[in-house]
Design a protein around this ligand. Structure first.
Ligand code: 13P
Length: 251
């Protein structure tokens, strides 16, 4: 089963419009020759219009980092799936560990967001991953399994196929500590087993699983060499056009 490599940048709460625009101008020319790989930038809501304009007609897709699950309504400060589509987003990151741990998002809320995204044809990237103390207590698989099972709850097979999973061990995010390619691959393979139990083997083989957590130009090649690692969700190293280009152009 060959899954198309999927390299995504998560800019988190970085950049203002002028910075996003200059990144986009440089990056789109650097990666214009890339074929057979999906490239995505997930940026703050305020940056989506300028990026949509710059990426229009290129091989770079645009995504958001969060949303609310209602189409519209009295939800001060929230952004809806419809508004994201309108702003040019194709993807949305849901359940990022920073949303789970800083903003208290639960599996139940994240599942509602996954369903709402799919209803409006936004493609979710569902993030899962264990805390350091959970890993040290030998609970990695149990934690990740719950997050996957709850995140996919109620999704048909066709809907499930539209979801990308990002495995991001929390202790590897922004710390410079990466899971070894072997450790990451083994969790990815476990996630695929969970998906095959929920759906079937064929479906589990088609769903892409990205790795995230201190992905850099220096480690992307060895991560991507692993059979169950289908791409990366990159924080810090996606903020500069040259380093993210090297990641997109992994060997
Ligand atoms: P870093 O690549 O900065 O560790 O961030 C990873 C991440 O959280 C991507 O979503």
């Amino acid at each position: 089963m060959s899954r198309k490599p999927f390299l995504a940048g998560n800019w988190k709460m970085y950049k203002i419009s002028s910075e996003a625009e200059s990144f986009a101008k440089e990056f789109k020319s650097l990666v214009s020759d890339v074929k057979d790989r999906d490239i995505l930038i997930c940026a703050s809501f305020t940056l989506l219009p300028v990026l949509a304009k710059e990426f229009n007609g290129t091989n770079i897709m645009l995504g958001a980092q969060n949303m609310y699950f209602e189409k519209e309504g009295a939800f001060t400060g929230e952004v809806s799936p419809l508004q994201l589509i309108d702003a040019g987003a194709k993807y949305v990151i849901l359940g990022h560990s920073e949303r789970r741990h800083i903003f208290g998002e639960t599996d139940e809320l994240i599942n509602k967001k996954v369903k709402a995204a799919l209803q409006y044809n936004l493609l979710p990237i569902l993030c899962v991953g264990e805390l350091l103390e959970e890993r040290e207590a030998g609970k990695t698989e149990a934690v990740v399994k719950t997050q996957v099972v709850e995140g996919f709850k109620g999704l048909s097979k066709d809907e499930a196929l539209k979801v990308t999973i990002a495995y991001e061990p929390v202790w590897a995010i922004g710390t410079g500590k990466t899971a070894t390619p072997e450790d990451a691959d083994s969790v990815h393979s476990f996630i695929r087993k969970v998906l095959s139990e929920i759906y079937d083997k064929d479906t589990s083989e088609k769903i892409r699983i990205q790795y995230g957590g201190s992905v850099k130009p220096e480690n992307i090649d060895s991560l991507m060499a692993k059979p169950n690692i289908d791409g990366a969700l990159v924080g810090g190293a996606s903020l500069k056009a040259d380093s993210f280009t090297r990641i997109v152009k992994f060997n």
